[in-house]
Design a protein around this ligand. Structure first.
Ligand SMILES: *[C@@H]1O[C@H](CO)[C@@H](O)[C@H](O)[C@H]1NC(C)=O
Ligand SMILES: *[C@@H]1O[C@H](CO)[C@@H](O)[C@H](O)[C@H]1NC(C)=O
Ligand SMILES: *[C@@H]1O[C@H](CO)[C@@H](O)[C@H](O)[C@H]1NC(C)=O
Ligand SMILES: *[C@@H]1O[C@H](CO)[C@@H](O)[C@H](O)[C@H]1NC(C)=O
Ligand SMILES: *[C@@H]1O[C@H](CO)[C@@H](O)[C@H](O)[C@H]1NC(C)=O
Length: 474
């Protein structure tokens, strides 16, 4: 071998050595994931800040015959996703999007920016502590759809729970490493119905070992729970927070039988409740002490933004709002951008889907709703599920009083008396522990608690996952 050949081989060896170093280096710095690209990996979301975790978005078919598909966005935990639990988050409405609210206004790692063009990093994202799965449920919400459009008129609680259940199993086929993971379900508002209903379905079907899902607990924020208690709480709260007069209040208390199947057949009751809604249309019912959205001219013409009351139903009327009530508009602008839809695998970027944050037709057409999920709570407590309820105490829509009235019906033995819990040396709220259930308030927070108290919410979520009381010293 001559000198040239030797140096050539030395050079080849050096190149091999360097490239193996580089391999070691890049695998060490590669984003942590063992899912890989299953086709739903999001790689080019416009305006996305650089992050060290993977996220996935797309459709999961829940019924092939009728062509139903639910849209999800999944964020792996920021660190060690393989060691962290899986948490499903649901928003309510019914008809509102968990992607538009939960993922990009409340607890996801990317929040929609106020220009409607981009997103910004959320330092208090819940995927610091868990793998977070956001589902647009049922069909007709956000990007979720059915090719059998007549199904939109058949939606109700049971339909929703069944499709969400099927979704989970089909999602696990795409994400087998999460199949046996510790699992939690969280949500707010009307998800106060969805979450216990889905949990019950899981518990029932878990009798079949091949369908077993390792459900450990549920977490509920300002949850709708029971018509009668929710209505009474809403009225009492409006009166005690100076939204309605003594006269209106007395009229309602005198005439409304919220426990009856049709309280609205009493004219006096209907008039009184209409007066409550009229006053709430002047402010943000979801956050009594913050301003309403003036920015959008489109909004003032949008009837879906007004409180709508169906005198045929006990469902509590819906109007929208939030900490920055204009955020709904930014979200709409963002999710209707072709490049965003393409990046999230919601459309091909040409035949766009028409995304809106809430679908009012779903709300008004809702066919079936459980009057109360309190019996389901009893069942979930009896199987030892961890159940935590929290309540932002400036929400007028599902106010803290409503939740307390439902808890008083549950009548659980108290294991830890009402006491403050702390965050960053301040009283963040109060909490009380019962056998099988923990209840906590967030002082000064509206309906969508994490919008108002992001840091406190993340700390609270961490306590929930650990199964430890919220911090009870300053
Ligand atoms: C699909 O949905 C329809 C309508 O809800 C239902 O009748 C049918 O049983 C479903 N098919 C499957 C395989 O679940
Ligand atoms: C709905 O119909 C479209 C167009 O035919 C098809 O591409 C899509 O796969 C269908 N969706 C489902 C869930 O079957
Ligand atoms: C993000 O939060 C961490 C603590 O979780 C903190 O150390 C860091 O300074 C925060 N970053 C920003 C930009 O607020
Ligand atoms: C509804 O009925 C239950 C059971 O009788 C009762 O405990 C509860 O107080 C009633 N709620 C309202 C708001 O009247
Ligand atoms: C999207 O929906 C809105 C209202 O829901 C409607 O006015 C608009 O025409 C729809 N756009 C498309 C492209 O379907």
């Amino acid at each position: 071998m001559n000198y040239n050949m030797t140096s050539f081989y030395a050079f080849v060896l050096l190149v091999l050595f360097l490239s193996s170093l580089n391999l070691v280096f890049s695998s060490k710095h590669r984003k942590l994931s063992y899912v890989g690209d299953n086709g739903d990996l999001v790689t080019n979301l416009p305006g996305q800040p650089p992050v060290d975790f993977q996220h996935y978005a797309g459709y999961v078919t829940v019924n092939e015959t009728n062509g139903r598909a639910l849209f999800y966005w999944f964020f792996e935990a920021m660190t060690k996703p393989e060691e962290k639990p899986l948490v499903l988050w649901l928003n309510g409405g019914p008809g509102c999007s968990s992607v538009g609210y939960g993922a990009t206004q409340e607890i996801g790692p990317f929040l929609v920016d106020t220009d409607g063009k981009g997103i910004k990093f959320n330092n208090f994202s819940w995927n610091k502590e868990a793998n977070m799965l956001f589902l647009e449920s049922p069909i007709g919400v956000g990007f979720s759809y059915s090719n059998t459009t007549s199904e939109y008129a058949q939606l109700g609680d049971d339909f929703t729970a069944n499709d969400a259940y099927t979704f989970l199993h089909n999602w696990f086929i795409k994400y087998p490493s999460y199949r046996t993971r510790e699992f939690y379900i969280a949500g707010e508002s009307y998800a106060g119905k969805y979450v216990p209903e889905l949990a019950e379905l899981i518990i029932d079907r878990n009798n079949n070992p091949s369908l077993h899902i390792d459900l450990k607990g549920i977490l509920l924020g300002n949850p709708e729970t029971s018509y009668a208690e929710d209505w009474l709480g809403m009225v009492d709260y409006a009166w005690s927070h100076a939204v309605i007069s003594d006269e209106t209040y007395k009229k309602i208390r005198r005439s409304c039988e919220f426990n009856s199947s049709d309280p609205w057949k009493n004219k006096e009751c209907t008039q009184g409740v209409d007066e409550v809604l009229k006053q709430y249309n002047e402010i943000d019912i979801y956050s009594l002490y913050t301003s309403v959205c003036f920015a959008s001219t489109a909004r003032s013409n949008d009837q879906s933004m007004k409180m709508t009351m169906k005198h045929s139903s006990l469902m509590i009327p819906r109007i929208m709002g939030g900490y920055d009530p204009c955020l709904d508009d930014y979200a709409k602008a963002f999710y209707n951008k072709p490049d965003v839809q393409k990046a999230l695998h919601a459309s091909d970027g040409h035949n766009l889907r028409n995304w809106s944050i809430c679908n009012n037709d779903i709300f008004t057409g809702w066919k079936q709703s459980k009057p109360s999920v309190i019996p389901i709570y009893k069942k979930l407590i009896s199987v030892g599920l961890r159940i935590w309820l929290y309540s932002g105490d400036t929400d007028g829509r599902v106010p803290v009083l409503s939740t307390r009235y439902s808890l008083s019906i549950l009548d659980l033995p108290i294991t830890k008396q009402w006491s403050p819990w702390y965050h960053e040396k301040e009283v963040s709220g109060w909490y009380q522990e019962y056998e099988g259930l923990t209840f906590a308030t967030f002082r000064g927070a509206g309906h969508a608690v994490p919008c108002f108290k992001p840091s406190n919410s993340l700390a609270f979520f961490t306590s929930f996952l650990l199964g430890e009381s919220p911090p009870s010293t300053r």
